[in-house]
Write a protein that binds this ligand. Structure first.
Ligand code: ASN
Length: 566
C-alpha cells in the first residue's frame, strides 16, 4: 500500500468521476487531496440519554450538508488503506480557496469512535499507521480528535513520525458540529485548507485560527473556543481575513535524505507523572517510584524546577535512590510558561540527585517523549537522559545544541565553560555532565548563522573577521546579532570579554553592543573578564560603563579588587 493507486482503483475512480447527466462540470482549478482520520471527540458528538456520544457518518451527516465543505462536483471515489485493506472512500471537495485550489477529502473513520479521554497509545499507533499506509496517496492529513487529550496525541505523534514530509494537522472542537454555535466548522475548514495548501511537514495542532507545533501545545480552557496554547513557542501560522500567514522561519523541515517512518510502540505503561505540592510527604513520591517496573517519572515542580528539600533532604534522597535503581526522573515546571533550570538551590539539589532538566517541555511532551525513548531499542540509561535534555523535533527550546559551541577545553576553567565556585549555574543538563551535545539538528536562522561566525571570529581574536560579519548585512542585522545570545545566554560581548583580543571587544562596543546584558547565569561580561583575570578587557568594559551586578560584587572574592574610576 501507499505507492499509488492500483490499476483497478484508478479505473474505478475514473469511471466514478465521469460526469453523468445533470452533474456539474469539472472545475478549472486543481484539487489537493487530504485524508481526514476521524477518531471521535465532541466535534462529531450528539446528545444521547447517556450524555454526548460520538456519531459515525461524519462525511454524510456533518460535511455534505454544508456548502463550505461541499462544492458541487462530479463524484470521485478516493482510495485509502486501513488495517492492510484497500478501501474506497466517498469524497467531497471544498469550493475553490483563496489559494486557487479545491481540497478534496475523504474520511477514514475509526471504530469505535472515542471520547479522547479514552485514547491511549493504541490509538496513537492506529493514527500513525493510517498516515503511513496512505502517505503517498494524499498531500496532507487532518486528524479529528477530542480536545481533552489532544495535546498528548499531538506530542506522541511528533515523536512517532520521523522524516515527515507532509502536514499532519490535528484538530477537534469545543462544541459539536451539529450545535448552532460551534467552533467546529472553522477548525475543520482551516485545517483542511492548510493541510492541502502548505507543505508544513510537522505534526501540528490547529485551533481557533492558529496553527501550533503539536508537541508545544497544552489545553488551557475546558470551554472557551480558544482552548489551546503553545506557551513556549510561537505559532507556526495564523488564519486572518487576509489568508493564512505562515511563519516559515519557524517551520521545521527534514534535514536528511530519508523516507517517512513511524515508531509503532510507545512504552506508556512504565512512566508516570507526579505533581509536587506544599507539604508533600516523601513516602508518597517513594511509593509511586516503587510501582512495579516503573522506568520513568515526570516530576512537575514549582516555578523554575524547585521542590521542597525537607530538613533532612528526604525527598531528594527518595529521588536519588530511584535514579540509582535506573528510573529516569524528568523535571518540568508546573508553570505553563517558562523553563526549569538549576538556578535555585532546591533545583540544583534535584540535579545533583540525578534529575534531568526538561527545560521548557510541556508535561504532555515530556511524558510522551520519555515513553518514546524508553521504547527505542538499545538506548542506554545515559542516552535516554541525554536525549531528554535536547530537542528531537522542536519540542523544547534547544539548550544543549548551542548556536555557538565552545570547543572542549578552549575556555579552560573560564566561567563560560562551567560553574565557578558553585555560584554560576550553567543551564541545561551539561551542568551535570550528562548531556553531550551532538550538534544542532535544526537549520539556523540567518541571524544565528551570522552569530556563529561572529563567535568563531571572537574566539580567534580575528578583528577583521569580526568587522566583516558585523558589516556584512543590513544595520538591523548587526543590531540583531549583537542582541543574540548562545545557549547559555552569552552575547557576543560575553564571548569577547573572555576572548583573546581587547581590540575585538572594542570593535563590538563601537558597533553599539551592550555591556549590561547578563547571561543565563546572571553574569555580566565584566564579571567573566574579572574571573578570567583579563585586565585589559576589564578596563575597557569599565570604561564603557560596565558595572558588576549586585551579587557579583557581594559574593565573589575575585571581584573585591574591582574599582571604578569615578
Ligand atoms: N470530551 C471531549 C473529548 O475530548 C472534549 C472535546 O472534544 N471537546 O473527546
Amino acid at each position: 500500500p501507499g505507492t499509488g493507486p492500483s490499476p483497478s482503483a484508478s479505473a474505478a475512480a475514473t469511471a466514478a468521476s465521469l460526469p453523468s447527466p445533470g452533474e456539474p462540470p469539472a472545475s478549472p482549478y486543481p484539487e489537493s487531496r487530504v485524508l481526514i482520520i476521524m477518531t471521535g471527540g465532541t466535534i462529531c458528538m450528539r446528545p444521547s440519554p447517556d450524555g454526548l456520544i460520538p456519531m459515525d457518518g461524519f462525511l454524510e451527516h456533518a460535511m455534505a450538508p454544508r456548502p463550505s465543505f461541499n462544492d458541487p462536483a462530479p463524484h470521485t471515489v478516493l482510495e485509502a488503506y486501513k488495517d492492510g485493506k484497500r478501501r474506497e472512500l466517498p469524497s467531497l471537495r471544498t469550493p475553490v480557496s483563496a489559494y486557487s485550489r479545491h481540497i478534496r477529502y475523504g474520511i477514514l473513520e475509526f471504530s469505535p469512535l472515542l471520547d479522547s479521554s479514552s485514547i491511549s497509545s493504541t490509538g496513537w499507533t492506529e493514527i500513525a499507521q493510517a498516515v503511513k499506509d496512505n502517505y503517498h496517496l494524499y498531500d496532507g492529513f487532518v486528524v479529528l480528535h477530542g480536545t481533552d487529550s489532544l495535546a498528548y496525541t499531538a506530542s506522541a505523534l511528533s515523536f512517532m513520525m520521523s522524516d515527515l514530509g507532509k502536514p499532519v494537522i490535528l484538530t477537534g472542537s469545543q462544541a459539536s458540529i451539529f450545535a448552532l454555535q460551534s467552533d467546529a466548522v472553522d477548525n475543520l475548514l482551516g485545517s483542511l485548507i492548510i493541510a492541502g495548501t502548505f507543505v508544513i511537514p510537522e505534526v501540528c495542532l490547529f485551533f481557533h485560527h492558529t496553527l501550533f507545533r503539536g508537541n508545544r501545545t497544552t489545553k488551557v480552557s475546558a470551554s472557551a473556543f480558544e482552548a489551546f496554547a503553545s506557551p513556549n513557542a510561537a505559532p507556526l501560522a495564523r488564519v486572518t481575513s487576509l489568508g493564512v500567514d505562515v511563519a516559515w522561519s519557524l517551520v521545521r523541515r527534514p534535514t536528511r535524505i530519508a523516507g517517512f517512518r513511524i515508531t509503532k510502540y510507545l512504552d506508556t505503561a512504565h512512566v508516570a507523572c507526579f505533581r509536587i505540592f506544599p507539604g508533600i510527604v516523601p513516602e508518597m513520591l517513594d511509593s509511586v517510584l516503587r510501582v512495579a517496573n516503573l522506568r520513568g517519572l515526570i516530576l512537575e515542580t514549582f516555578g523554575m524546577g524547585n521542590a521542597p528539600g525537607g530538613v533532612d533532604g528526604s525527598l531528594t534522597r527518595v529521588i536519588r535512590e530511584a535514579v540509582a535503581r535506573g528510573i529516569v526522573v524528568v523535571n518540568v515546571s508546573q508553570c505553563t510558561n517558562g523553563f526549569v533550570s538549576p538556578l535555585y538551590a532546591p533545583a540544583t539539589a534535584l540535579g545533583r540527585a540525578g534529575v534531568v532538566f526538561g527545560h521548557d517541555l510541556t508535561t504532555e511532551a515530556a511524558l510522551t517523549k520519555l515513553s518514546y525513548l524508553l521504547a527505542v531499542e538499545g538506548l542506554s540509561y545515559a542516552e535516554i537522559q541525554a536525549q531528554m535534555g535536547r530537542s528531537l523535533c522542536g519540542e523544547m527550546t534547544e539548550l544543549t545544541s548551542p548556536v555557538f559551541s565552545h570547543p572542549a577545553g578552549a575556555l579552560g576553567d573560564s566561567p563560560l565553560a562551567g560553574p565557578v565556585s558553585g555560584d554560576l549555574p550553567i543551564f541545561g543538563n551539561d551542568a551535570f555532565g550528562s548531556s553531550p551535545s551532538d550538534g544542532a539538528l535544526r537549520r539556523l536562522t540567518p541571524i544565528e548563522a551570522a552569530f556563529t561566525a561572529l563567535g568563531y571570529a571572537i574566539r580567534n581574536g580575528d578583528v577583521k573577521a569580526v568587522r566583516a560579519v558585523l558589516n556584512g548585512g543590513a544595520a538591523t542585522h548587526s543590531y540583531e546579532m549583537l542582541n543574540t545570545a548562545d545557549y547559555a545566554g552569552n552575547t557576543a560581548v560575553h564571548l569577547a570579554a573572555v576572548g583573546p583580543s581587547t581590540e575585538v571587544l572594542q570593535e563590538l562596543l563601537l558597533h553599539g553592543a551592550s555591556v549590561h546584558v547578563r547571561n543565563r547565569g546572571n553574569s555580566t561580561p565584566l564579571f567573566l573578564a574579572v574571573k578570567r583575570g583579563l585586565k585589559d578587557n576589564v578596563a575597557l568594559l569599565q570604561k564603557a560603563g560596565a558595572r558588576l551586578w549586585g551579587k557579583e560584587v557581594m559574593d565573589d572574592k575575585d571581584t573585591k579588587d574591582v574599582h571604578y574610576d569615578e
